[in-house]
Design a protein around this ligand. Structure first.
Ligand code: 13P
Ligand code: SF4
Length: 347
């Protein structure tokens, strides 16, 4: 039963003690998050993995790119494990290394040596490696503004991978007009842009998050008509139109803190993953917290890490038969590490 599985995980965790460390992303299910030694947004989890040198096994409750990042930032003596190998990220899959190299070549022809690449941490280690090798850095939703500013102090133009929305929203916040942003379509291998490309300062990779694209202008309009007192808070992976109409936009950590600090009786429609919204609804019973999209929006890959997979992982460690280790190729890891360090030293 479910209770038996919970009891077993608890028992093994106690037995293994500090040998095992469990980081959990805010989008993870409650049944998993209850066992997390630390919860956080992508940036916090990257930092905590970098600092935690004691545990031999890091059981990463999150998605594949996060486990890769943890592997890159930790020492060889630490093994990073992903409880279900199918826990990928559709956004990270929207930029593969071949497409990126081809696109970059085309951009060099168009713009010469005036571009610096930046990648959202929601990308494969190979993309982070490409970015590191070409002078760029990673960003997360909580430091994107700072990192774009830095990049623009290095070169005239930025290539932002793989989330066009975070890139557009952040550049817009920095005062860059939409006319100075072009989209690069990696499938058709061409720019989506009308006008003279020479005025472009930000090139947005045509990728997006399949969870956050479900929050729409219509959702916001419906809520505003029903109850104008509701505060609307969204993640910057939502489209520009949605972010523009929302009252607040920011990382998962920002969303948690903003609602946490709000007064009792306040109402919040939240545009982010369902597990986090449900947790906030339960935690703040003195406030009204609900999903901006009434259909709710789960991240199917985050949800692949569930109690049975966590239990299975803990049992394999207990029996000395560890499975599902995430090990990034050393050459890729070296350059991806450079891209991550360029970010970590600035935040
Ligand atoms: P943050 O937790 O950094 O805001 O990232 C959100 C996300 O989509 C992770 O996949
Ligand atoms: Fe990827 Fe979106 Fe899921 Fe985050 S919420 S893991 S960006 S698909």
């Amino acid at each position: 039963t479910f209770e038996e599985m919970e009891a077993r995980v608890k028992e093994i965790k106690e037995k293994l003690g500090s040998k095992v460390f469990i980081p959990g992303h805010h989008y993870q299910k409650d049944e998993v998050i209850q066992f997390a030694d630390v919860t956080g947004d992508s940036l916090q989890l990257a930092q905590v993995s970098a600092k935690n040198s004691l545990a031999e096994f890091i059981v990463f409750c999150g998605v594949h790119f996060m486990a890769e990042t943890a592997d890159i930032l930790t020492g060889d003596e630490q093994k990073v494990i992903l409880p279900d190998m199918r826990a990928g990220c559709s956004m990270a899959d929207m930029a593969n290394i071949k497409q990126t190299e081809r696109g970059w070549q085309e951009m060099q022809l168009t713009f010469g040596d005036t571009i610096i690449p930046l990648t959202y941490v929601n990308s494969t280690a190979a993309i982070k490696g490409f970015v590191g090798m070409n002078g760029g850095a990673t960003v997360t939703s909580s430091n994107a503004k700072k990192m774009l500013k830095w990049a623009l102090s290095q070169k005239e133009r930025i290539l932002f991978l793989p989330d066009q929305h975070l890139g557009r929203n952040t550049a817009y916040d920095l005062g860059i007009p939409l006319e100075e942003m072009a989209v690069w379509d990696p499938i058709l291998e061409r720019f989506e842009y009308e006008g003279d490309l020479r005025q472009v300062r930000v090139i947005l990779w045509k990728g997006h998050c399949s969870v956050h694209e479900n929050f729409t202008v219509r959702n916001i309009e419906d809520i505003r008509t029903q109850d104008p007192e509701v505060n609307i808070i969204v993640h910057p992976e939502c489209s520009r139109e949605v972010v523009a109409l929302a009252d607040y936009a920011g990382s998962t950590k920002f969303i948690i803190e903003t609602i946490g600090n709000a007064g009792p009786g306040t109402k919040w429609a939240v545009g982010t993953e369902m597990n986090l919204v449900n947790r906030l609804t339960k935690r703040h019973s003195d406030k009204t917290v609900f999903s901006l999209n009434p259909q709710m929006c789960p991240c199917l890959t985050m949800n692949r890490i569930d109690l049975p997979h966590l239990l299975w992982t803990m049992e394999t460690i207990e029996q000395g038969k560890m499975m599902n280790q995430i090990k990034v190729d050393s050459e890729i890891a070296r350059w991806a590490g450079v891209a991550l360090e360029r970010m970590l030293e600035r935040v």
